[in-house]
Design a protein around this ligand. Structure first.
Ligand SMILES: Nc1nc2c(ncn2[C@@H]2O[C@H](COP(=O)(O)OP(=O)(O)OP(=O)(O)O)[C@@H](O)[C@H]2O)c(=O)[nH]1
Ligand SMILES: [Mg+2]
Length: 334
């Protein structure tokens, strides 16, 4: 499935129906008076968050969404039918902005969240409204008002509680694949992951917590190197980051710092987010090499006042229960 996380759409609410001019014509009712009905209201355009959608892909092909017009008024003071509303489904985690000013209009996070984005036009008035003592047979009516029209910018920010970050090839996708039912592509070359993967990890209580695996970060990502920091937006809403480091790398300290710098460069408070630093691929190291790698990383992490450093092997399923226990503890989940 293609993953699209940004889209622009145009929305147009329905025009209000026109009011009409009509007169009562009935046997035995001379000079029956004005009876033109009002036009119906135009339909609104609404966005609704739907838990079954994962991307903004639909908006790649369809970009214009219009609600139905209100109907004209009828004789005998009949008001025209209102236009149907247009309901657009978006994935949970969609931010909606006015495309021209980029002002935030709303953020649809929970399933069923609704946002009115274009108000339908009011119906016009029929001539029955203009009856007065001066004018017993008004010929006046008004037109319906145009519906609102807006250009919107949609941006999807995935709703994961835990984000897995690290350099390319650190084993992020492998980790999410062993912790959850997610089956992302895994390979021994950098940038295997091109779009974020979500996986649901079962807590001790049986509920699920969503983990996100995002494409690898490299030095300069904030300036657009590699896949850029574009995908960091998907971990903006996480409560905890798992920073995965390949323990068999030549310079684990450099690996640690590169990602740290990219988080800082990205901003949005990501470098302040609670973080578990985790060495991966430890089955490749003998115990002396592992101790020395752990020491190096611990020292650096301690100076930042973070949590204990963990050591795992995603591929060989080593210390995964310990990792999860640390995650639940950080999230305050028993
Ligand atoms: N020996 C060993 N290899 C591992 C371990 N975890 C992952 N790998 C291997 O490391 C390589 C990269 O794994 P991925 O999970 O694709 O890494 P990634 O961090 O998702 O990489 P990108 O998507 O490119 O950023 C693959 O060949 C994995 O099989 C591990 O614990 N031990
Ligand atoms: Mg990957």
């Amino acid at each position: 499935m293609q993953f699209i996380d940004q889209a622009r759409i145009a929305v147009k609410a329905g025009r209000g129906g026109d009011g009409i001019v009509a007169f009562r014509r009935e046997k035995y009712v001379p000079a029956g008076g004005p009876s033109g009905g009002d036009g119906g209201r135009g339909g609104d355009v609404l966005l609704v968050a739907d838990a079954n959608l994962q991307t903004l892909l639909d908006f790649k092909y369809k970009r214009l969404f219009a609600a139905v017009e209100g109907r004209r008024g009828g004789p005998n003071r009949c008001t025209g039918a209102s236009g149907d509303h247009r309901v657009i489904k978006v994935p949970c985690g969609t931010e909606v902005r006015d495309a021209r000013t980029t002002i935030l209009l709303g953020d649809l996070t929970a399933p069923g969240d609704e946002l009115l984005v274009a108000l339908g036009g009011r119906g016009g008035l029929g001539n029955a409204h203009y009856l007065s003592n001066r004018n017993r047979a008004p010929e006046k009516c008004t037109e319906g008002k145009e519906g609102e029209e807006w250009l919107l910018q949609l941006e999807l920010k995935l709703l994961a509680e835990v984000g897995i970050i690290g350099l390319p090839n650190a084993g992020k996708s492998t980790l999410i694949s062993v912790l959850s039912a997610a089956r992302p592509k895994i390979a021994d070359y950098p940038f295997t992951t091109l779009v974020p993967n979500l996986g649901v990890v079962r807590r001790p209580s049986g509920d699920g917590t969503v983990f996100a695996d995002i494409p690898g970060l490299i030095a300069g990502a904030a300036q657009g190197a590699g896949l850029g920091h574009d995908f960091l937006r998907h971990i903006e809403r996480t409560r905890l980051l798992i920073h995965l480091i390949d323990a068999s790398a030549e310079d684990v300290l450099a690996d640690l710092q590169v990602v740290q710098q990219e988080l800082t460069a990205y901003g949005h408070g990501l470098d302040q987010r609670p973080r578990l630093v985790v060495l991966n691929k430890i089955e490749l190291l003998d115990s002396a090499a592992l101790e020395s790698a752990l020491d190096i990383v611990r020292q650096q992490v301690k100076s930042q006042g973070e949590q204990p450093v963990l050591a795992i092997s995603a591929a060989a399923s080593k210390n995964l229960p310990e990792l999860l226990a640390a995650v639940w503890q950080q999230l305050g989940i028993a």
